[in-house]
Write a protein that binds this ligand. Structure first.
Ligand SMILES: [Ca+2]
Length: 464
């Protein structure tokens, strides 16, 4: 161990990996033995949510500790202006060795290159699954092989060659399992002889909800294309058979990509063990948001619905976290930056909006801890036709307001729709199939939740 005994932080984040495709979260469709190791030797968070369920905005929130209306990355059309304060900059200034390897997706060149990292090597935009090029400190270089292996190789190399006298903060960001779900040769034949179970809401007809659900263009049967399913469905199938066929093609490739992520997380864990680093390293595995795995008949994310809102979040740190523990208290992606700083013994700047999760990791829930969260998706209608919306999720309820207009944001379509509300009673309706917004029995609940929503909106300083 070096002279500075503060904990190392290994932050592993994949892209679009939903919690319900991890066996430690009770997946019915796959096994993730290496990810499960983190949960078994550490803690699983069951209610970790993102504040805007889409790639770039979630990443910007994690780096800045700010909601998107304050860090400037509301949509996929916005880059992260690196002149603002970020968690790697603060850690670097305070003696941490910092690295970023893999997906960045927050812009390139000028003020959009990563800042605060001693070393960075990133994929251009979404990057390629096979033989990717990567910007190593700004210089584009070709690599041979599969992206998940390469990101792990580079991470291991960086760990091996780091300055041993300093604690490290490494962000290892996988591209997988992002669309178009291209597996490597090693996993290409997994699941070949079996059918993956369909989710409970696979045949959702979008009745009893606001118009937004039916309007979205991310349906398995209609919207997955030949590139997604690696070919056209066989001739002569009925529409129902086409839907089933496309689901199998989609979900198997998605899970094959995850199998490679799982193997590669195992390589990192083994390395920490071999080098005696496991005790003093906080290992986190998460994903930038959740994903629909055929749930509601969909792929993709964006909606405030559970499958897309929930982030997997598992963490191991033997010095403070009891093995096999589960935390039900609410955690948000805006809490990650303060958590890193807390563990590094650095004061959390006042401008950061989240709170450190460290007490929760110790198994304590501080008095007054958040029991509700604010969500907002700005990118009106583009890509998958999802209406712009904001809302509140409490432990029992979810109130969503589809304000349904672009409001001048990038990557949005200026075509306003009729605003509408939805209310779900998650206790009675965990799959969110029946909005009770117009049910007179919930009138008081609606009134109270609206008050809470606007209080929360003001608290996070979203005045628009
Ligand atoms: Ca993503």
């Amino acid at each position: 161990m070096g002279s500075d005994s503060r904990p190392n932080i290994l932050f592993i984040m994949s892209d679009d990996h939903a919690a319900h495709a991890m066996s430690c979260y009770g997946s019915r469709i796959n096994e993730t033995p290496n990810l499960d190791r983190i949960a078994e030797e550490g803690m699983r968070f069951d209610n970790c949510f993102c504040t805007n369920s889409i790639c770039a905005p979630s990443r910007a929130t994690i780096l800045t500790g700010l909601y998107n209306h304050l860090n400037g990355v509301k949509t996929l059309g916005d880059g992260l202006d690196g002149r603002q304060q970020t968690v790697p900059k603060i850690l670097q200034k305070n003696g941490y060795q910092t690295g970023l390897i893999g997906k960045w997706h927050l812009g390139h060149g000028g003020v959009y290159d990563p800042t605060g990292f001693d070393y960075w090597n990133i994929l251009p935009d979404q990057g390629e699954y096979h033989n990717p090029s990567m910007y190593e400190m700004g210089e584009l270089k070709p690599y041979t092989g599969y992206v998940t292996d390469i990101i792990t190789d580079l991470s291991l190399e960086w760990l091996e060659n780091r300055d041993q006298d300093k604690p490290f903060f490494l962000m290892c960001h996988h591209k997988a399992p992002h669309r178009h779900w291209e597996p490597d040769d090693k996993h290409a034949h997994m699941y070949e002889d079996i059918d993956i179970p369909e989710p409970e809401t696979f045949y959702d007809d979008y009745s009893n909800r606001a118009a937004a659900a039916a309007a979205a263009t991310m349906r398995i049967d209609r919207d997955l294309n030949a590139l997604d399913t690696k070919g056209e469905p066989p001739e002569g199938l009925t529409p129902l058979e086409v839907k089933k066929w496309k689901y199998q093609r989609y979900i198997k490739d998605y899970l094959r990509c995850i199998a490679s992520v799982d193997d590669n997380v195992g390589r990192l864990l083994d390395y920490l063990d071999e080098k005696g680093l496991a005790d003093n390293t906080i290992v986190i595995y998460t994903s930038d948001q959740g994903f629909f795995l055929g749930d509601h008949g969909w792929y993709d994310k964006r909606f405030m619905y559970e499958e897309s809102l929930r982030m997997p979040f598992i963490v191991r740190y033997p010095k403070e976290i009891r093995p096999g523990s589960v935390q039900k208290a609410m955690a948000l992606n805006v809490d990650f930056a303060p958590t890193f700083l807390d563990y590094a013994g650095i004061d959390i700047p006042d401008h950061m909006q989240g709170s450190s999760l460290r007490p929760l990791m110790k198994g304590e829930v501080p008095e007054g801890w958040q029991t509700s969260m604010y969500y907002r998706y700005w990118m009106h209608l583009s890509h998958h036709g999802v209406y712009a919306h904001y809302g509140i999720r409490t432990e029992r309820y979810k109130l969503i307001y589809y304000y349904a207009e672009a409001l001048g944001t990038t990557h949005s379509i200026d075509d306003p729709k009729e605003p509408e509300w939805e209310l779900f009673d998650l206790q009675k309706d965990p799959y969110e199939l029946n909005s009770v917004y117009h049910d007179p029995e919930y009138a008081d609940t609606v009134r109270s939740l609206k008050e809470q929503l606007y209080r929360l909106k003001e608290k996070v300083k979203d005045y628009e």
